[in-house]
Design a protein around this ligand. Structure first.
Ligand SMILES: [Zn+2]
Length: 490
């Protein structure tokens, strides 16, 4: 047993590098043609043209806005922006690309991808960790493949070209990540950055995907394909860490291969042995001239850079006086940060807003498995609820009771309170009557309360329980105090 433990300890160092594919969903059109980038939910193979289907003779034209966003991403990730870059054909034979090559950028002698050598910092607990970015490149998304059930058991593959040609930004990291959790934090950070530069809409299915290279230090590297979100990346990598460790502990070798993350069964499955890079036979795309990005152009993009998550978190601490921890949680998602600022503008009291937003709203979203963008609650209704609590119209407890429905339905707090008859009891006579019942049922606590404040709290609690949290807390306290005094005197 103890020997096994020692073996396990020697496999503790995990090495992870990521290749993130982020769709530039804020663009109106695809990367090389005029087809809409809003392909989700459309009839399969209806959002296509000769260019994104790759018909012979069709001429791709790079989307200028995509180039601008790639440069913005490069600046946001502290990268060198290449003066000259060009597109290549990455040749491969697979059903998701009818023309048998993908147009992508490539790093080769004398030529670089659009951005190289950057870094991004992530907060791992209280520590800041720097992850190096190897390169950033633009490429076209392949068609979407649809399987019946798990990929390895499906009797057929359906191909939908609506997605083909979508602008993808590929961001490649150095193998600087040392746990599945760090991988999730990195993806979250990149997502927030991409949202802040206006490249990407959070919450769109499959808009940010990643491939991961993972090994146990000194062991063979395995590539995991098709991880669809930052929520899945941690699960997929945790599974893979256990799988590789258990092989190594049995004295078996880890095969160098490409594996697929199956979200439903929560396992990685072997797809194929890793192909070497020269198999792709990259060669320059003859239909697109190289892009020259002169200093003036890069300076003009720099001048237009919006506020990024780190700077925004710093501003939240300074401007709103909230702890850094709160600021980091809130700015990890642009939607949440925007929601926060709007709510503070409406309600004031930044710390109360952040407590309710981080503790309660995010808790409800987590329970329901929703992103804020999918929820119906708006800053205005949220601020109104907080205001009702401040004015004593409802208790904080009632606020917590109605919040899940506000998130799900978008209804106003006042409406839910009315519908559920949750109105606060501030009828003094009614509260006195309930208090008399409680006093009669708890005579020992009433005696104890003369010397022990805890017993008085207990009585208040019992009354609140009988009112199902609707009693006006201040009035209940007053009633109990008065009755105890009367009792003492009598
Ligand atoms: Zn097209």
């Amino acid at each position: 047993m103890s020997e096994n433990k020692n073996v396990a300890n020697s496999f503790n160092e995990v090495v992870i590098g990521l290749e993130i594919h982020c769709q530039l969903t804020k663009l109106k059109t695809k990367l090389f043609c005029g087809c809409s980038s809003d392909y989700r939910g459309k009839e399969p193979n209806s959002n296509t043209c000769q260019i994104c289907l790759g018909h012979p003779g069709s001429l791709p034209k790079p989307n200028r806005m995509a180039v601008n966003l790639a440069v913005m991403a490069g600046i946001a990730l502290n990268s060198d922006i290449s003066r000259r870059t060009s597109f290549y054909r990455k040749n491969y034979f697979y059903v998701d690309m009818g023309k048998n090559f993908q147009i992508s950028m490539y790093e080769t002698a004398g030529m670089s991808t659009i951005c190289e050598r950057g870094h991004v910092d992530i907060n791992v607990g209280p520590k800041l960790k720097r992850v190096r970015i190897t390169r950033i490149q633009l490429e076209e998304d392949p068609a979407r493949l649809v399987h019946l059930g798990p990929i390895d058991l499906s009797p057929f593959t359906l191909v939908d070209y609506n997605r083909a040609g979508m602008a993808l930004l590929e961001i490649v990291t150095e193998p600087d990540l040392s746990s599945p959790r760090e991988a999730r934090l990195l993806l979250q950070k990149l997502r927030s950055i991409m949202e802040h530069i206006g490249a990407y809409d959070g919450g769109l299915e499959g808009a940010m995907r990643c491939d991961a290279n993972i090994s146990i230090k000194g062991g063979t590297r395995v590539e995991i394909k098709n991880i669809s979100s930052f929520k899945e990346v941690e699960k997929a990598l945790n599974f893979e860490v256990s799988r590789q460790k258990s092989l190594l502990m049995k004295g078996l070798a880890v095969a160098r291969e490409t594996r697929h993350w199956d979200e439903i069964r929560k396992v990685t499955i072997s797809l194929r042995e890793k192909e070497a890079e020269h198999d792709y036979r990259y060669f320059p795309e003859p239909d697109i001239v190289p892009l020259d990005l002169d200093e003036e152009f890069v300076a003009s993009i720099k001048a237009k850079m919006p506020e990024l998550p780190d700077a925004r978190a710093g501003r939240f601490v300074k401007e709103y006086g909230i702890p850094q921890y709160d600021a980091l949680v809130l700015t990890a998602d642009k939607g949440i940060a925007d929601f926060y600022e709007e709510s503070v503008n409406l309600y004031g009291d930044p710390k109360t807003v952040s407590n309710w937003l981080m503790g309660d709203v995010l808790g409800v979203l987590h329970d329901k498995g929703l992103e804020l963008e999918e929820a119906k609650i708006a800053p205005a209704t949220f601020a109104e609820m907080l205001d009702m609590i401040r004015k004593g119209l409802i208790s904080g407890k009632i606020g917590k009771i109605i919040l899940p429905e506000m998130v799900a339905s978008g209804k106003k707090a006042s409406q839910i309170v009315h519908e559920k008859e949750l109105n606060r009891i501030s009828d003094r006579d009614q509260l006195v009557k309930i208090a008399e019942e409680v006093f009669a049922e708890n005579s020992k606590a009433v005696d104890d309360a003369k010397v022990d404040e805890k017993a008085a709290h207990f009585l208040v609690g019992q009354i609140m329980k009988k009112t199902r949290g609707k009693g006006d807390p201040k009035m209940v306290n007053d009633v109990v105090k008065e009755m105890l005094q009367k009792n003492k005197a009598g």
